[in-house]
Write a protein that binds this ligand. Structure first.
Ligand code: ADP
Ligand code: MG
Length: 323
């Protein structure tokens, strides 16, 4: 049995090097830098809503940080510090210490990869819930905003989308994939790539950006609403895996591509003049970057099929409060 303080000490406390003061006092201290803005964001993972109760703790530690890093990426910010708010069921702490070490290993594996420092948090007992606050740095005035899209911009998507949603459909028993295919899709759901470096490198190249957490249509829709613009995208240009391509004609695949969240790829808009530079960046970072459409004036989002016809869709992104 261990106390709140044992848990913090054993699994989370590390000496701070980027912060003036890390874990151990009533608050952490970070030094401010002239010409730098802080990008601050928080995301919560609720048991039963964002993950299954039996989810592997290593993946959970990894993913809960990844989704927060993704918000930094979408702003073009360099992630620097995190706070971790853990609500842990008593029996989990009593009976399953391996859970905590798995969780903290997964969390720190990703934190170390990006040199992000855990500087504080809170630990309480209750239904399993993981809250993370993240703080990043970005040059003053340079952050990528949802409101930045401009007329005639290209619309780009990083990586491939839809696999996380397809894997989730399988896990929920709503669509059955053969073993080799689910193996290919699961990593997108369990350990999504946060496009941390890409986001920072898009500053100066991209106009508007968002990370795809609620589905392409919903998230691109946020860019359009914030920018006061309209857009069209080509269904067939949306980058996806060979697995998803197989099911392309089926409504499950269309849903995964347009409304499936959880891939945490970036969707951004950029002027056409930057096409070559963006393609070079794609090769340099070895991250596929695909043009899927264009911004125009007005409002709304049109999805075109292979023949260039407007598709009629009944699709919405994920909304926690749609019952
Ligand atoms: P307080 O009573 O002032 O809220 P706590 O006892 O909750 O302080 O926390 C003690 C220290 O441990 C603080 O520095 C806090 O930020 C840190 N801390 C608590 N829980 C966590 C956690 N899950 N991960 C990292 N740091 C934590
Ligand atoms: Mg506390």
């Amino acid at each position: 049995m261990c106390s709140e303080f044992d848990i913090i000490h054993r699994y989370f406390r590390r000496s701070a090097s980027n912060a003036v003061l890390g874990i151990g006092d009533d608050a952490a201290l970070i030094a401010s830098t002239t010409g730098i803005e802080l990008a601050i964001s928080t995301d919560t993972l609720v048991c039963g809503k964002h993950f299954f109760p039996e989810a592997d703790p290593y993946n959970l530690g990894y993913k809960s940080l990844a989704v927060n890093l993704s918000d930094m990426a979408a702003m073009g910010a360099k992630p620097r510090w995190v706070l971790l708010t853990l609500t842990l069921p008593e029996d989990l702490v009593k009976q399953n210490i391996a859970w905590l070490s798995g969780f903290s290993d997964g969390f720190f594996a990703l934190a170390d990869l990006y040199h992000v420092e855990l500087i504080g948090g809170d630990t309480t007992a209750g239904a399993l819930n993981i809250g993370i606050q993240i703080i990043g740095e970005v040059a003053a005035g340079k952050a990528l905003r949802r409101s930045g899209a401009k007329l005639d911009d290209d619309i780009w998507v990083s990586g491939e989308i839809g696999d996380a949603a397809l894997a989730l459909q399988h896990e929920l028993g709503q669509f059955t994939l053969p073993a080799v295919e689910i193996e290919q899709c699961l990593p997108a759901l369990r350990a999504p790539a946060a496009r941390v470096e890409l986001g920072q490198r898009l500053i100066g190249l991209a106009h508007g950006a968002i990370d795809i957490s609620d589905g392409l249509m919903a998230d691109l829709g946020h860019i359009l609403a914030a920018s006061g613009k309209a857009a069209w995208i080509n269904m067939t240009d949306i980058p996806c895996s060979s697995v998803l391509k197989k099911y392309r004609q089926q409504s499950v695949a269309i849903n995964c591509l347009l409304a499936g969240g959880d891939d945490y790829e970036l969707c951004f808009t950029a002027p056409k003049i930057n096409r070559r530079k963006i393609e070079m960046l794609s090769s340099e970072l070895a991250i596929p970057l695909t043009r899927i459409g264009e911004i125009y004036s007005g409002e709304g989002l049109i999805v075109k099929d292979a023949q260039g016809n407007t598709m009629t869709l009944e699709i919405q992104g994920y909304d926690h409060f749609r019952f």
